[in-house]
Design a protein around this ligand. Structure first.
Ligand SMILES: Cc1cc2nc3c(=O)[nH]c(=O)nc-3n(C[C@H](O)[C@H](O)[C@H](O)COP(=O)(O)O)c2cc1C
Length: 227
């Protein structure tokens, strides 16, 4: 077990603290804190919009041993505020790299059921880590993110497998190692059968549409070819 260190949780979701990304990241951070680590949390959207928040993030990222990026998948990529954060950090680190070794991991969640949807976004995080001088310690992917929205991740009930996978990942990170294939596979395991997730998503879409007074979900008003 390596000595407890300092971690930074960087939330890529524009939904900030209410996001599924924040929930996933906070469970990882709680696991590290249990082992004596300290951590600060930063929301990319807030940091790029506010000079003092950016300075705090910059300082924390320079002092950390471990950076945890927790983000949703947006159009097979990353949300714009997180991309800007990566660009700014990369530019800074071209002139000054902190003296201590630094590791970076990412946890990406998506709305589609398959965890593999997140592969490209994780590859973007890996490229950022390597080019900005962090050691890439691996990426966690989770599909069916919608199933976690608004639900606490706990050791009991239907989120227990997610909690167990994140606790395992936190143990590995606290021990100084990269994420294992076992932890990555455990988080990627579907939380429920795909057909059930699709059914719940379909019903939720219809209820949301009904609340907004929309009746024609399949409407394609600009699809006329004679226009
Ligand atoms: C603008 C936008 C683009 C999205 N693009 C994708 C996508 O390409 N694939 C996917 O599976 N989910 C996509 N989603 C769904 C989110 O990844 C999903 O709802 C996720 O759980 C949100 O996490 P958060 O609460 O951390 O923001 C998108 C959502 C939004 C708002």
């Amino acid at each position: 077990m390596s000595a407890p260190g300092q971690a930074v949780l960087l939330i890529g979701s524009p939904r900030g603290g209410r996001s599924t990304s924040a929930q996933l990241g906070e469970v990882l951070v709680a696991g590290l804190k249990k082992r004596g680590w300290t951590a600060t949390t930063h929301v990319a959207r807030t940091a790029i919009a506010n000079t003092s928040s950016w300075s705090e993030l910059e300082r924390a990222a320079a002092a950390a041993e471990l950076v945890i990026v927790a983000t949703p998948l947006y159009v097979d990529s990353l949300p714009a505020p997180l991309i800007e954060t990566f660009e700014r950090l990369h530019a800074l680190r071209r002139t000054a790299t902190p003296p201590q070794a630094q590791r970076l991991i990412a946890v990406v969640n998506s709305g589609f059921p398959e965890a593999s949807q997140n592969d490209t976004a994780l590859a973007i995080c890996r490229c950022f880590a390597r080019r900005a001088g962090f050691h890439w310690d691996g990426g966690l992917a989770l599909g069916m993110g919608g199933a976690l929205s608004g639900h606490a991740i706990t050791e009991h009930g239907r989120t227990h497998a997610v909690a167990a996978a994140l606790h395992r990942a936190a143990d590995e990170l606290a021990a100084g190692g990269p994420l294992s294939a076992g932890a990555i596979q455990a988080l990627a395991r579907p939380m429920m059968p795909v057909w059930l997730y699709r059914l719940i998503a379909e019903v939720s879409f219809r209820i949301a549409a009904w609340r907004y007074g929309t009746r024609h979900l399949g409407a394609r008003p600009y699809a006329r070819e004679d226009d």
